[in-house]
Design a protein around this ligand. Sequence first.
Ligand code: 4EH
Length: 231
Amino acid sequence: MKIAIMGAMPEEVAPILEKIGTYKTTEYAGNKYYEATYKGTELVVAYSKIGKVFSTLTATTMIEHFSCDVLLFSGVAGGINPELKIGDLIVATKLSQHDLDITAFGHPMGYVPEGSVFVETDKDLLKLSKEVASELGKKVIEGVIATGDQFVHDSSMKENIVKHFNADALEMEGGSVAVVCNALNVPFFILRAISDTADTDASFSFDEFMESSAIISAEFIMKMVDKVISK
Ligand code: 4EH
């Protein structure tokens, strides 16, 4: 088994690299991939850069070039569900692309022919995350994550995303990673800790909390790695 651990920004993978200690760095397709053996299992860690296109490239590379057979994503998100406060964790049960719009042809938001509005997360990994949450005594919300190529900092845009997708959180990479993993039959798991609530002060909140929230997410993801290894 080879486990891919992905983030979008350097700050999202730094705490993971810190935990795994030594690794080999390989450059591929304009990104760095960090390979390590951790507790006897091979890991590949990378940050993709921001957005759906770069995250698609990285997820595909980790699976097709580095032969990973399970993918875990760790990072931060904007919260929508009012229960989600800064630093709280959300696990995606399903993900959508909130900026995919061919509604002009009568299709629902997020849908293209031969695709689907939502891609569902692997059930076994969701089960493992429940075990991790209870062992850590951590509250983790399960919900819908909406992905798009925008940093959302506007309440009306947030409301629109709720209207179409009933989303609990939003970010810029999970939905595309989900499409890749689903198409290539690789089980995936998307975890995010809240850095802001995607309204007018989102960029300030993000700057203040992204690093601490990225650490919270990374700590949980490493416990997920332990679980996946021990199964
Ligand atoms: O990778 C991008 C980062 C913001 S853009 C998506 N990540 C963080 C999640 C996220 C998010 N996405 C959309 C957290 N809050 C979000 C929000 N809307 N409100 C970025 C940030 N800093 C520097 C450069 N780009």
